[in-house]
Structure formats: structure tokens, C-alpha cells
Design a protein around this ligand. Structure first.
Ligand code: SAH
Ligand code: SF4
Ligand code: F3S
Length: 474
């Protein structure tokens, strides 16, 4: 098909064009072409991968778990730390032999790594078997990229996201009971260590009516856990603010919980705290990244709050909801972090008593202000601080989990435990993993478990009874 003679602008036009070609392929090969999607990074990327899979399916691909046999390989990358990029590049490297064995296979790289010019140059020059890249803001142009590649056009490296919100991109959800719903994209905060604003563009929020429609449809089709996603969900600003959006979504009839992540401490007004407290459909879990326990470092990070402000949010939250699960992110070894600054972090960890923390060793990101800061911390010091921080938090997490001993908790069943198929795993409303034995219980059901063992990362208990919800078994 001569691409140049036609003028198509719409995602759905390209979907139809590729589908036509894939029908021809199926007629000649006796099977539909196969697509494989590999995901790195955060929940945003998982949500984006569900769109990649949705578009692939609409284009006539059948999804497969094996890159070896697939006709379209899409790698959705993350750039938040050096390790994430290295891992993605090493796996992309391994796909060279797939292309050698079957030159017709299309290989596309998308995600945050591909919004950086130096990585595009690297992919262009050192990975000649990569057919196209697509930065996150251009994800909806996947069908066009695939069509152009199938039409024999030369490799495309797309940047310059339009930064508008495209609704109605097909989505293929991984789970039938928990769903991601992006409510906003991008970030305006420019924390001095962070690549995200550079690769995901400026903050933009979806209309609340679109979000409402999506959540209502999910609830109607039996979804129990709905997570509202964004880099700073609490900066959501469209026709209403975040608290108003939560209230609107809580008015949807049905048995479901709303989760949200991530929130920024600079945007937690009292009204948000009271909205959470007043609406039982909002899960009792708040993920509120602190990053450091030193005000000097927080300022250098451009976080725009103090430890005192952070602790005042926690106090207000716990005054209304004493059992709310609170989790956070901490970076150790930010440039210039002294022993005293780090002691400040340990101190606030002791005082805040988080249920869990996600700790990260500072990783230099190209073109961020922190990259050029003096006093970069030697790797050995960073690792030692990381070990001390995680040891301290593990003991706190264990103590907090032990408070649940002999209590009965409600969990949403996820299925057989990954490490032990003899037991099931479920999650509490606060996201804690609970293992238990049961004869047979469907993922997506709620179960009541009496806790009899508590470790730092998991709880164990006995099934009390089970309630099954319309998953074909009521
Ligand atoms: N928007 C969210 C999450 C951003 S990325 C937020 O503001 O919290 C998730 C976490 O990765 C961050 O909270 C931070 O702790 C960590 N992170 C980001 N950039 C990093 C870097 N350069 N090195 C180490 N950790 C980093
Ligand atoms: Fe990165 Fe800060 Fe934006 Fe979070 S708020 S994505 S840490 S710049
Ligand atoms: Fe990574 Fe991009 Fe998410 S950099 S953490 S995939 S927003």
C-alpha cells in the first residue's frame, strides 16, 4: 500500500490499515501474527503497556508471552534510574538474534527512555534492528509506526509529543478485578534529581467526566480495585480538583475501592484528608513520598516542603484514620547528603513509622540539575546508608505488621502465591500481602483471613470464610 498517496491522521485509520494487512498475513500463514510486550518501570508504564497490547489486538495481533515467536515486539522502557535503562538496553540487545532469525519481525521501543535524544541516538546507531521508537506522549501513534514499518519505510524515531490527551485508545487489561485509570499525565515539579518531567512532559489532566465514565464502566464489569494514576494525582486540575474528583467517583454504586498514586506532599490540603476519611470507598492507604528527612536536602531536591510540614500531614491523617497504611519513597545519597542529613532521614523514619518504604540509591540522570551538583556521594557510602535505612525500616514494618496478629483482615484474592503454589496470596486494602491456604478461591474474590504470623513484607493467616463476587460463581 502506498503510504505517501494517502493522508491519514487518525489512530483508528492506521489500526484498520494494519488489520487489513494482518488479515492477509493470517490467510497465508494460517495463524494471526503475534505480538509481545515487555514492560519496565512504574504503574504508568504498566497502564501504557495495556494500551500497547490493546492497540496491538485491535490491529489483529494475538498477544504472546514469547518474544522468540512474535511478529511485533514492543519494549516499554523506564528511565528513572540508570539500572532501569541498562536493563532495558541489555534486553533490547538480546532481540538482535530474533531479528537475525526472522528479519520480518518488527521491533519497537517506547517509554520514557525514548524521550531522550542521547538514547535515541544510541538506539539509532548501535541497535540497527530497532524499527521505531515512540516517546510516551506519542504512544497513540503506535499503529502509524507499525503501518509505516510494515510498508517498508525507513526507521522512525519519534519525539516531540503533542502533549494533548488522546481518549479512547484501545486497552487490554491484564486483570479482571483490578484496573489502572490514568487521571493525569506528566509532571511540572522538576525535582532536581528526576528525569520524569523531562520525559513525560508537562502536567495535563483528563476531564472528570471521562474518568467517571471509565471508572463506572469498570465497576459495572466487576472491577474491585481501581487505582487512579498520575505522577502527582493530588495536583489533578481539570474541571474540578482532586478531592472533588474523588467524591464524584465515590458516588458510583458498587462494591469497590479507589486507590491513588502518587501524591506530592506540597498538595495535600486538609480537604483532601477529610475527603479520604469521609468516603469508605477510598482505600485506607496513602503513598506519600518523603524523599529525605533533611530540610537542607529537601530544598536542594526542589521538593518545596519541609519535614515539619510532612509530619503535620501525617498527624492530621492519623488523627482521622488511625489505622491508615502509609508508605513512602526515600532516596539515599543525594549529592551533598552528609552523615547528619542521613541521620535526619533515619530519625523521621523512626518517628513516622511507615508501614513500608521504597528506598532508592540516588542515580545521576542526564540533564537534571542534580547531575551537575558537587559532592556526589561515593557508591560505598550510598550502599552503606541504603543498608542501614532498609534494616531500620524492616524492623518497623515487622512491628507494624505484628499489630495485625490475631486480627481478621479482608483481602482481595490475587491467586496462587508466586513462590508457593500451595498457598493463595491476597492484598489488604492497604496493599499488604497476605498468604493463606484454601481449597479453591477465585482471583478477584474477597476473603477474610485471621492473621497468625507477621513478617516485614508479608502476613500469613487462616481463611475464615469467603465471599465470592460475580465472577461466574455467585
Ligand atoms: N511522581 C512520583 C514518583 C516518581 S518516580 C513522586 O513524585 O513521588 C518514583 C520514585 O523514584 C521517586 O519517588 C523517587 O524516590 C525515585 N527516584 C526518582 N528519581 C530518582 C533518581 N534519580 N535516583 C534515585 N531515585 C529516584
Ligand atoms: Fe519526579 Fe518530582 Fe515529578 Fe515525582 S514530583 S515525577 S519525583 S519531578
Ligand atoms: Fe520510569 Fe517513566 Fe515511570 S521514567 S518510573 S516509567 S514515569
Amino acid at each position: 500500500m502506498a503510504f505517501n498517496n494517502q493522508h491519514f491522521t487518525d489512530m483508528s485509520d492506521y489500526i484498520n490499515l494494519v488489520r487489513e494487512r494482518n488479515r492477509e498475513y493470517e490467510a497465508s500463514c494460517g495463524r494471526p501474527p503475534l505480538a509481545y510486550v515487555l514492560t519496565f518501570g512504574c504503574q504508568q508504564n504498566e497502564a501504557d503497556s495495556e494500551r500497547i497490547a490493546g492497540m496491538a489486538q485491535s490491529m489483529g495481533y494475538k498477544l504472546t508471552g514469547s518474544a522468540e515467536e512474535s511478529d511485533l515486539i514492543v519494549i516499554n522502557t523506564c528511565a528513572v534510574r540508570d539500572h532501569a535503562e541498562k536493563k532495558a538496553l541489555s534486553i533490547i540487545g538480546q532481540f538482535k538474534h530474533v531479528k537475525n532469525a526472522r528479519p520480518g519481525v518488527l521491533i519497537g521501543v517506547c517509554g520514557c527512555m525514548t524521550a531522550q535524544q542521547h538514547r535515541i541516538d544510541e538506539l539509532k546507531n548501535s541497535y540497527p534492528y530497532v524499527d521505531f521508537t515512540l516517546e510516551p506522549a506519542l504512544l497513540h501513534r503506535l499503529p502509524e509506526a507499525v503501518f509505516r514499518a510494515l510498508s517498508g519505510e525507513k526507521r522512525t524515531f519519534w519525539v516531540g509529543g503533542e502533549e494533548k490527551i488522546i481518549e479512547d485508545v484501545p486497552v487490554r487489561r491484564e486483570s479482571s478485578y483490578k484496573a489502572w485509570v490514568s487521571i493525569m499525565y506528566g509532571c511540572n515539579n522538576f525535582c532536581s534529581y528526576c528525569i520524569v518531567p523531562h520525559v513525560r512532559g508537562r502536567e495535563r489532566s483528563r476531564d472528570s467526566s471521562q474518568i467517571y465514565r471509565e471508572v463506572r464502566a469498570l465497576v459495572e464489569s466487576g472491577y474491585k480495585d481501581i487505582t487512579l494514576l498520575g505522577q502527582n494525582v493530588n495536583s489533578y486540575k481539570s474541571d474540578c480538583d482532586f478531592s472533588a474528583l474523588l467524591k464524584k467517583l465515590c458516588s458510583i454504586d458498587g462494591d469497590f475501592k479507589l486507590h491513588f498514586m502518587t501524591s506530592h506532599p506540597k498538595d495535600v490540603p486538609d480537604s483532601l484528608i477529610s475527603t479520604i476519611a469521609e468516603n469508605e470507598k477510598i482505600a485506607r492507604h496513602f503513598h506519600l513520598p518523603l524523599q529525605s528527612g533533611s530540610d537542607r536536602i529537601l530544598a536542594a531536591m526542589n521538593r518545596r516542603y519541609t519535614t515539619r510540614h510532612y509530619m503535620s500531614i501525617l498527624e492530621k491523617l492519623r488523627a482521622l484514620l488511625p489505622d491508615i497504611v502509609v508508605t513512602t519513597d526515600i532516596i539515599v545519597g543525594f549529592p551533598g547528603e552528609t552523615d547528619e542529613d542521613f541521620e535526619g532521614t533515619l530519625d523521621i523514619i523512626r518517628r513516622a513509622r511507615f508501614d513500608m518504604i521504597f528506598s532508592f540509591i540516588y542515580s545521576k540522570r542526564k540533564s537534571t540539575p542534580a547531575e551537575r551538583m558537587e559532592n556526589q556521594i561515593p557508591p560505598a557510602v550510598k550502599s552503606e546508608r541504603y543498608e542501614r535505612l532498609t534494616a531500620l525500616q524492616n524492623s518497623i514494618s515487622k512491628e507494624k505488621n505484628r499489630q495485625l496478629l490475631d486480627k481478621t483482615v479482608k483481602v482481595l484474592v490475587e491467586g496462587e502465591s508466586k513462590n508457593n503454589p500451595d498457598v493463595y496470596a491476597g492484598r489488604t486494602e492497604g496493599g499488604k500481602i497476605v498468604h493463606f491456604k484454601a481449597e479453591s478461591i477465585l482471583p478477584g474474590s474477597y476473603a477474610y483471613i485471621k492473621i497468625n504470623r507477621a513478617e516485614a513484607f508479608a502476613l500469613y493467616g487462616e481463611l475464615q470464610n469467603k465471599i465470592l463476587y460475580n465472577l461466574g460463581e455467585n
